[in-house]
Design a protein around this ligand. Structure first.
Ligand SMILES: [Zn+2]
Length: 295
């Protein structure tokens, strides 16, 4: 009885604390409040829904035989993503495949919790497996500010491989650079080509080895270049990405609300974004190479 009563008291205390105190925010989330700010989920096109935060995208793609979920945002975002799925009238337990654009904490951080909630199969490329399962940022393993909750990968997917649920097919495209296993996903929606781009920013990546540190990972420069060369031919009707700012989500949503049903359709948006990313990459490469030489 005593044990039972103290257990009951303990759980009462736990639930009271949980109700009163929000989850402690990481430094990243404090410095990037839009990353953890909830927004109303919405239909992008056909079976594709936005279930991310204001600053970090997550996409739900539904089918009659279960759903796909791309990206989990920060660890703090998992509950928010699940709530958005629910608000749209879907059940997180019907998510069958969990996908990830790339293994960086701001897009993979929520995956472990979302996998737990959904029981879904975690799918990733070989290049990003170690970082997802180890919970680290490849090449910055000792920087624990970059850690993410580790998530087990159940299925390794290669370039060009597809996943199908209830007539909806997603194709994986390896677009390495930003991470070693950066994955872009494509699908068709009502005859339109939809592209979920990984990322091609340089961000914190060391492109060039110095005496102080090796490059972020072997072959990183060639990886970026192969992605720019490959993606140049792509002209998706709908370009989506893991940061809403990349595809002007707010502006497009405003236009949609103002009556433009095709606000998310724009074949020049992706090539323009890619050109910008390539120019920024070349500039960073030149700067990093110059710094490395002067050391
Ligand atoms: Zn990243």
């Amino acid at each position: 009885m005593t044990i039972k009563r103290s257990l009951a008291a303990f759980f009462a205390l736990v639930s009271a604390c949980a109700a009163d105190r929000p989850l402690a925010l990481s430094g990243w989330a404090r410095n990037n409040p839009d990353w953890v700010e909830s927004v109303e989920p919405f239909r992008v096109d056909g079976d594709i829904y936005y279930v991310g935060s204001r600053g970090l995208s997550s996409f739900l793609i539904v089918s009659r035989e279960g759903h796909f979920l791309i990206d989990g945002g920060m660890p703090e975002n998992a509950e928010m993503v699940a709530d958005s799925v629910k608000a749209l009238g879907y059940d997180i337990r019907d998510v069958k495949y969990l996908l990830n654009s790339h293994a960086h904490f701001d897009h993979s951080g929520g995956l472990a919790a979302l996998k737990e909630m959904s029981g879904a199969i975690m799918v990733a490329t070989k290049g990003d497996c170690s970082a997802l399962e180890g919970g680290f940022y490849l090449g910055s393993e000792s920087d624990h500010d970059f850690d993410a909750p580790p998530v087990k990968v159940d299925r390794v997917i290669s370039d060009g491989e597809t996943l199908t649920l209830g007539g909806v097919t997603l194709t994986a495209h390896l677009t390495p650079g930003h991470t070693r296993g950066c994955t872009t996903w494509t699908m068709t929606s009502g005859g339109k080509q939809v592209l979920f781009f990984c990322s091609a920013t340089v961000a914190n990546n060391r492109l060039v080895a110095t005496k102080a540190a090796p490059a972020q990972y072997d072959g990183i420069v060639e990886a970026y270049k192969s992605t720019f060369a490959k993606a140049k031919a792509w002209r998706p009707d709908i370009f989506l990405a893991n940061h809403p700012g990349f595809f002007d989500m707010g502006e497009r949503l405003d236009r949609r609300k103002a009556g433009d049903a095709d606000a998310f359709v724009n074949q020049t948006a992706f090539p323009a974004h890619l050109a910008k990313m390539e120019a920024a990459f070349e500039q960073s490469l030149a700067e990093q190479a110059a710094t490395a030489e002067s050391r």
